[in-house]
Write a protein that binds this ligand. Sequence first.
Ligand SMILES: Nc1nc2c(ncn2[C@@H]2O[C@H](COP(=O)(O)OP(=O)(O)OP(=O)(O)O)[C@@H](O)[C@H]2O)c(=O)[nH]1
Length: 643
Amino acid sequence: MAQTARVLIPPPSAFQAVSRLRQQQRAHSTKKKASAKDPLDISAYPAEYIRNFSIIAHIDHGKSTLADRLLELTGTIDKSATNKQVLDKLKVERERGITVKAQTASMFYDYRGHRYLLNLIDTPGHVDFSYEVSRSLAACQGTLLLVDASQGIQAQTVANFYLAFGEDLTILPVLNKIDLPGADPAKVKTQLQSAFDMDPDQVLAISAKSNLNVDQVLPLVIEHIPPPTNTVQQPLKALLFDSWYDSYVGVVCLIRVVDGIVRKGDTIVSNHSKRKYDIAEVGIMYPEPTPTTSLQAGQVGYITCNMKTVSEAHVGDTFYRLKQPVDPLPGFVPAKSMVFSGIFPVDSAEFARLDESIEKLTLNDASVSMQKETSNALGQGWRLGFLGTLHMDVFRQRLEEEYDARVIITQPTVPYRVVYANGDSKTVRTPAEFPEYHEMASTVSETQEPMVSATMIFPQEYLGAMMDLCSQHRSGEQEHTFIDESRVMMTCKLPMAEIVDDFYTQLKSRSSGYASFDYEECGYIPSDLVKLNVNINRRPVDALSVIVHRSQVEFVGRSIAQKLKKVIKRQLFEVAVQVVAGSRVVARETISATRKDVTAKCYGGDVTRKMKLLHKQKEGKKRMRMIGNVEIPQEAFLAVIKK
Ligand SMILES: Nc1nc2c(ncn2[C@@H]2O[C@H](COP(=O)(O)OP(=O)(O)OP(=O)(O)O)[C@@H](O)[C@H]2O)c(=O)[nH]1
């Protein structure tokens, strides 16, 4: 029941002051957390006055901008110019202008005489991060489906709609960017009607940038999204849906309290590991972690406890109170890695440090799978599984920027399957595991590759170019339908290996950026696969091996040899680069001999200058790998990845 008289949180103006103070604290020192303050009492918010919702959309349709506006409107953050995209917290997100990690923020909002506690989850738009979206949706009862009024429905609009639909959430369509001259709200409303059977009259049209109609968003949320169920009297049942590592407080778990109540000092048990934890702090993301006296049924917030290692926070886990076990929540289907790549430290002395960094980073990103790997050429490293190539690239960037790591990433591969003559089969995640040429005929009965079902949406004038692109990437039969008079939705099956390569870049360039793309995995088909090995001066460099379809052997082989020729520096002797399929040389390049004297330009005396140059050369060499007697630069591995 409503207990408005007991609202103990400060009024919005005081919140602004707290928020401002917090920002100042953040700017000057990151040492002191808000935990020094008295905890907020949010027990006066029963489920009835809570709304948990997310914003989903295609990439760049304005989710983070709308989230900013809502946080400003509720006084959760200032309207200052520095408060841009506050929920895109990672450096990589700000640099690339994309959301990679779903973020939660709580707000208080007065509506029709009541104060509501609203929990908003901003989700990523890119297909590689859709796992983040599905986890976030498990903490919500409804979602805003945001569509750019100038671009209309795109591939991830469709994919995200079906994710939310599958979770049985209330979906509220919102058109954004109606301030743009190219915006055509009427047309996009028709698209929403024909694609999702939505009533055009129920679609709210806003501009998150200019604040137009943004004040109508939260009333829409309160009136149409159902509150969570009020089960505060029942034993504690909480879903762990996200977690991260904070260097001051350790592991932070984001939870949705489904039943009961949880407070500081309680002892809870993880259903996954059956380990006990004492809760050190509970709180809400406001938008920074802000302690509260409790979290109760329907509320979304964080807990910190005595979790020692980052791997203990198992996303999808259910927590319950000690001695009061409950039926666990269904959790999540584990994210399936689509792209596997080897990661090795540039300097092998950094292995232990990199191991720790990767472990921390994978806690913040449960969709990365990890296993140790040893390469003849690169030493000890890891084989990591990612959801896509952007995901892989973002992971690498975060390792380098947030953990100051220097790594070599090998050519990504998809999980192939090898069926042996004796009936056994195995999934192959690295070229090293793939049978050699001579073994194929005697022991292997079939090789298979994973396929995806791809959806593309684009203006109809690009239909020919898109059909061409798919055919060149070994697509199956293509089907297309018109979603309005000028836009086409095309679907087809493609080998996953084709899309981890440069498919997306080509799709964008051939459609002048207008085509959008989404895919989901759809099983394996038999495929004639061949392993290509690279020999440098007759020594195999296992980290450069690739698995390709037989039809691509010559083309890929030539391209690898040419790229390596460009990036491997000339040595004091001649270097032969060979790409081989079994004993057959598919392509060969020769790098002629030279001698590089870095001090050549230093005429005359200054010995310190010469020393400096020689030292610099030595530093540069740390980024090299010796394969036999040939130095291979880091760029060689990157060159093979890039087309
Ligand atoms: N003109 C106009 N531009 C907008 C509006 N809303 C957002 N933008 C701009 O659109 C771009 C993308 O906005 P974001 O909020 O980062 O989009 P997003 O959906 O969060 O992006 P991802 O998280 O990467 O999927 C930014 O340059 C915004 O300034 C709007 O209402 N009008």
